[in-house]
Design a protein around this ligand. Structure first.
Ligand SMILES: C[S@@+](CC[C@H](N)C(=O)[O-])C[C@H]1O[C@@H](n2cnc3c(N)ncnc32)[C@H](O)[C@@H]1O
Ligand code: SF4
Length: 450
């Protein structure tokens, strides 16, 4: 199918594929023939004097009915302590090889990182300060939170440690929708949690999900309105992704009438875009809207796109170091996830075997990744592409750009940056998939993990 046909067919059918955050996804990762050595990745990272750090905290109090992230809800106290101990060792050891880089961003993602104790956060920041002492003046330090998984003294502690951005899942402000999502707290708790964050941090992101069981157009607008009342700096609006093997998938099979269709999700999306603009928010991607003018509100994402290596630490964290993308193995099933997490905690850092699972990207894949991420963030510059890849964007992706332009999904009037039009943002999950190589499509399709 040619490019234009590909886009046209999917848009006409109102397909809404899962939002693309990276290329390729973990589903394309496989066991390496030999484990990666630290020297392999340091060689790749040498092309940049900067670094981004992602620290994965795979613990939650409960599993939400829609969520397939890599985490465990079992054995928390002892498991967490062992896990943090191993993370401290990893940070110190990676610092020996990469600690001379300037740190652009540090992101504690999950799971629910605010389940860590103050003492555990203290230990992680202490080792980060020693192992990675050079910080960019505007280093972005983010921690993810859930409304019922912190108290105010933890927030004060995080602020003292230098955290300057908090990101919290709200999902819905309607009690029944929260209950169906498996989130066992009241709306009062959610409100108090938002207030506590807004009071302390200048940058707060709130996540909401549309398409939850029982949600209506009105109840969605009600939830979004309550979140907007707090005027957070960023709001991320996710259409629900119903993955096989989740409770929400079973629920949808039994009661499809309680869920939005893909076409309805697109209608809600249009309504969101109009509402967010009327409230003074700028659209940065399919899901993210920000009040901040100037720079993008999520520095780690943009810095990764610009080519700064991302060092992922912990079980399930992804690392993007030049041609090497890797992580530990991962799983959704709690028994397998717990086994992988415990294996991480049990195994000392080994510079000769830092990862056994991932992919080595070829130059063609790196170019595809650059274009795909640049387009979905609406920051793809022709000049930068030519400087990095030594060829013009038109040489490599002329047919794709032409198709995007003819459907008015991008605007090339700027002469350098390929900007997404309003329709371009709307269909960015579709247009991203046009840049997948056949090999990546096959690898991802063959993946057995839910
Ligand atoms: C790591 S969590 C955020 C922090 C915290 N664990 C919480 O849920 O409050 C990542 C976010 O991804 C979104 N998410 C996860 N699974 C999703 C799904 N199946 N469909 C849509 N959004 C999803 C949720 O909005 C969630 O807040
Ligand atoms: S949405 Fe957040 S709290 Fe719920 S299971 Fe996923 S990571 Fe945990």
């Amino acid at each position: 199918m040619d490019r234009l046909e590909f886009l046209r067919t999917k848009i006409e059918k109102k397909e809404l594929p899962t939002y693309v955050y990276g290329y390729p996804s973990k589903r394309a990762y496989r066991a390496f023939p030999q484990p990666l050595r630290i020297t392999d990745v340091v060689e790749q990272a040498n092309r940049s004097k900067q670094i981004n750090i992602y620290i994965h905290i795979p613990f939650c109090r409960y599993r939400c009915t829609y969520c397939t992230l890599f985490l465990t809800t079992r054995n928390r106290a002892a498991t967490q302590e062992a896990y943090v101990g191993r993370l401290v060792e990893h940070i110190a050891r990676y610092g020996e090889y990469l600690g001379d880089r300037e740190v652009v961003s540090i992101y504690f993602g999950g799971g629910t990182p605010t389940l860590l104790t103050q003492h555990q956060f203290g230990a992680l920041f202490a080792v980060l300060d020693v192992a990675f002492p050079k910080r960019n003046r505007r280093c972005e330090i983010t921690v993810e939170a859930a409304p019922d998984c912190f108290d105010n003294s933890l927030l004060d502690c995080l602020k003292t440690l230098g955290v300057n951005r908090m990101s919290m899942g709200i999902q819905s402000m309607v009690p029944g929708e929260l209950a169906h999502s498996g989130r066992p707290y009241s709306i009062e708790i959610a409100n108090a949690a938002i207030e506590a964050l807004i009071e302390r941090f200048s940058h707060v992101n709130l996540d909401l999900i549309y398409g939850l069981r029982g949600q209506t157009r009105n109840s969605w607008i009600f939830s979004l309105g309550r979140a907007l009342d707090y005027e957070p700096q960023t709001i991320s609006l996710y259409p629900v992704v119903v993955r096989p093997m989740t409770n929400v998938a079973t629920s949808k099979r039994l009661n499809p009438e309680l869920f939005f269709s893909e076409a309805e999700k697109y209608e809600v999306y249009d309504q969101n875009v109009a509402l967010m603009a009327s409230k003074g928010y700028r659209q940065e991607s399919f899901i993210r809207f920000t009040r901040i003018t100037g720079d993008h509100a999520y520095r780690q994402e943009v810095s990764d796109f610009e080519g700064t290596p991302l060092l992922g630490l912990g079980a399930g964290a992804r690392s993007y170091l030049g041609q090497y993308h890797y992580s530990t193995d991962y799983a959704v099933d709690w028994k397998v996830a717990s086994r992988i997490i415990n294996a991480f905690s049990d195994r000392p850092f080994d510079p000769k075997a830092i990862a056994s699972h991932g992919i080595k990207l070829m130059p063609d894949d790196l170019a595809r990744r650059y274009v795909l991420l640049g387009l979905t963030l609406s920051v793809l510059s022709r000049k930068n592409y030519a400087a990095i890849f030594g060829r013009t964007l038109t040489d490599d992706f002329g047919e794709e750009l032409k198709a995007l332009e003819s459907l008015q999904l991008i605007n090339l009037a700027d002469g350098d940056v390929c900007q997404l039009t309003q329709e371009g943002f709307k269909y960015s999950s579709i247009l991203a998939r046009m840049f997948y190589s056949n090999t990546m499509v096959t690898l991802e399709e063959q993946c057995q993990v839910a």
